[in-house]
Design a protein around this ligand. Structure first.
Ligand SMILES: [Zn+2]
Length: 236
């Protein structure tokens, strides 16, 4: 029994480290900031990378189990101040198994501009319609359970939320899905900023077709295949 539990923990550590490095390899490292997590299957909290190192650097030994009240139950090093984003989203969303919080530049810029994300590309159809929510109770760090619960409220039943002047939170049934979703949100925002930069008269997919495209292009199977593709890139 003890052996089995250790194997589960090791698999989760590996998964969190892979998700961290996939995000880093895609250029979403923000020096030492940003984190991915997996829900603990036994309800003890969130498996999350330790603080003080970059996403690209993370190995299984850099992953900690952090309880909802911030205690490091397993693993070495210091924990991230913003762990409540993860633990409070897990508390509010039983369907979520993985959470990503990063500070991607185009997503931050678009949310700060007040311009709504529009499906100028395939990518944005994963998120809109309806409009992507934006958490604006604070632009500071999410450093308490109360603030984390506010982020979870803003997220609602969606797959992503902007944190105004700060970053994004994405979620998935697995952290694999949450990581791919984070990459697609940043790409969608970058494509919109490029579109607006051309001037002209921007056009985007209407709501009905956007929803059809979401189902057709971004099925759970396709997102898993994207994850596998990204993982192969790490090994190459
Ligand atoms: Zn942050």
């Amino acid at each position: 029994m003890f052996e089995k539990e250790n194997t589960v923990d090791e698999n989760i550590r590996l998964l969190v480290s892979q998700a961290s490095r996939v995000l880093g390899a895609a250029g979403l490292d923000d020096y030492i900031w940003g984190h991915a997590s997996v829900r603990d299957p036994e309800g003890r909290g969130a498996w999350i990378k330790r603080s003080g190192v970059g996403l690209s650097e993370i190995g299984p030994d850099d992953v900690q189990l952090v309880s909802r009240d911030g205690e490091v139950l397993l693993g070495a090093g210091n924990r991230h101040i913003e762990y409540p984003i993860h633990t409070e989203v897990y508390a509010a969303r039983p369907d979520v198994g993985g959470v990503v919080h990063i500070h991607p530049p185009h997503a931050v810029a678009l949310a700060a501009s007040g311009v709504q994300l529009r499906p100028v590309s395939h990518q944005a159809t994963l998120f809109t319609p309806p409009a992507v929510p934006c958490y604006d109770d604070t632009t500071d760090l999410i450093r308490s359970a109360e603030l984390g619960a506010g982020v979870a409220r803003a997220l609602g039943d969606r797959n992503a939320v902007f944190l105004l002047n700060h970053g994004i939170v994405t979620v998935g049934v697995t952290v694999r899905e949450a990581a791919v979703t984070a990459l697609l949100l940043e790409e969608a925002c970058e494509q919109q900023l490029r579109t607006l930069g051309y001037g002209g008269t921007p056009r985007w997919t209407d709501d009905a077709e956007a929803l059809e495209k979401r189902d057709r292009i971004y099925s759970p199977r396709a997102l898993e295949q994207v994850w596998q593709y990204l993982l192969r890139g790490l090994d190459a």
